[in-house]
Ligand binder design. Structure first.
Ligand code: 4GY
Length: 240
């Protein structure tokens, strides 16, 4: 997967590129990150990339031309989906990350200041995506969240056994609690069943805990699970 990132702060991405599974994925060329520094596409002698908003108001807006030229350069040689990270976008989900992970190439546009000229959105953006209902100081962290979340779905990025297990969101269930050595710490014990060696019992206990956690902490997610199961039963009936 190719990520082409349009930003004024490419160095920020070192924080994901140099650590953990994403660093490994970059080394193994499972993912490639390319940077397009918007300032390099400013025709202005001071490399200015922003300007005052028409209609007045506080702050600055990212200008059309440097962004347009960055996008044209990034788009060369392939048909990438162009994504703008912003609070106005559609909120990202497990399902959407999985779908995006099947693309060959994504262009991610990181806004700063008060935002970008609307005409860039109207003419060039395929999808506006949000990572949550809050406002960051720039789109870079959101782009990193997207890259990280998508990468987990790319074959080889996560070791097989773990990825299957971690697919708990695919089932609309939260994870069960985990324990490691020692057996007792500060008077707190590991649940007995986990020491029993009885895999069937352990599986049942974990499923029970997953269901409990989901009902308690994310009831809406649980409702979704119920709806999906109901639909499946209904589909089976209507086939008969
Ligand atoms: N939330 N989800 C987000 C964000 C920063 C002003 C436009 C978000 O995705 N991006 O808050 N981005 C803003 C800052 C310009 C981007």
């Amino acid at each position: 997967m190719n990520f082409k990132i349009i930003t004024i702060f490419p160095e920020m991405f070192n924080s994901i590129m140099n650590y953990g599974l994403i660093a490994r994925a970059v080394k193994k060329k499972l993912i490639n990150l390319f940077f397009f520094n918007i300032r390099d596409f400013s025709k202005n002698k001071n490399k200015k990339i922003d300007d005052r908003p028409y209609g007045g108001g506080p702050g600055m807006i990212m200008s059309f031309l440097p962004l347009k030229n960055s996008i044209i350069q990034a788009k060369k040689n392939d048909q990438s989906l162009i994504i703008y990270l912003s609070p106005q976008g559609k909120k990202i989900t497990y399902k959407k990350l999985k779908k995006l992970s099947k693309k060959k190439s994504l262009i991610l546009i990181c806004g700063r200041y008060q935002g970008i000229d609307q005409r860039i959105i109207d003419k060039y953006i395929d999808e506006e995506i949000s990572i949550g209902d809050y406002i960051l100081t720039g789109g870079e962290l959101a782009a990193m969240v997207l890259i990280d979340g998508i990468s987990r779905f790319i074959p080889g990025v996560i070791k097989k056994k773990i990825s299957q297990h971690e697919d708990s969101f695919a089932k609309n269930l939260l994870d069960y609690p985990h324990y490691t050595r020692p057996r007792i710490i500060d008077g707190m014990k590991v649940p007995k069943v986990l020491l029993s060696g009885n895999h069937k019992k352990i599986h049942t206990w974990r499923l029970k805990k997953s269901i409990q956690q989901t009902l308690l902490k994310k009831p809406k997610l649980f409702q979704k699970r119920i709806n999906i199961i109901q639909n499946k039963i209904f589909q089976k009936k209507s086939k008969k």
